[in-house]
Design a protein around this ligand. Structure first.
Ligand SMILES: [Zn+2]
Length: 169
């Protein structure tokens, strides 16, 4: 089933009111700034993916109940619910449709590098250098390792996604 442009525009209007009413740094921190792009993608994919159609309807219901001209009208619990919902949407868009936020792969590989370095620092550090220095070296080394990974493995993937119009945000 097709999602009409009118429905999409109405939902985008809600998303705009929602984002206008909040701190833009908070919006970025919780990736809520991706909401308009997510809505547009769900509309396009909704005619061939039932899950996207359902996710679109869910967003319609949630934003319909929680947002008016003045912005968000719910409490902390509802905000958390909305964040979780958006993360679920992002997960579906990535896993089923290969759609990712900007610099997604770069960030992921950077994170993997830091965690790997930290683990090595924590487990190998104490025997050789003491735990404090081990963790410190693990963090520094992990960050550097992550940067290399991000450049070599993450960047080409981000570029490919960009060329194939699979990037949001
Ligand atoms: Zn889908």
């Amino acid at each position: 089933m097709n999602i009409s442009q009118e429905r999409t525009d109405a939902l985008l209007q809600k998303a705009t009111w929602f984002l206008d009413g909040m701190d833009s740094r908070d919006a970025r921190r919780y990736r809520l700034h991706l909401l308009p792009d997510v809505i547009r993608r769900l509309q396009t994919l909704g005619d061939r993916c039932d899950v996207c159609l359902e996710l679109f309807q869910e967003l319609e219901e949630m934003l319909g109940a929680l947002v008016d001209e003045g912005g968000f009208v719910g409490g902390q619990k509802e905000m958390k619910h909305l964040q979780n919902r958006l993360n679920g949407n992002l997960k579906h868009l990535e896993q089923e449709h290969g759609i990712v936020p900007r610099r997604h792969h770069h960030t992921r590989y950077q994170g993997i590098g830091v965690v790997a370095g930290l683990m090595i620092g924590i487990f190998a550090g104490p025997q050789t250098l003491g735990i404090g220095i081990g963790i410190l070296l693990g963090l520094v080394g992990g960050y550097a390792f992550g940067l290399v990974l991000a450049r070599m493995a993450g960047k080409p993937k981000d570029l490919k996604a960009e060329q194939e119009d699979r990037v949001i945000g």
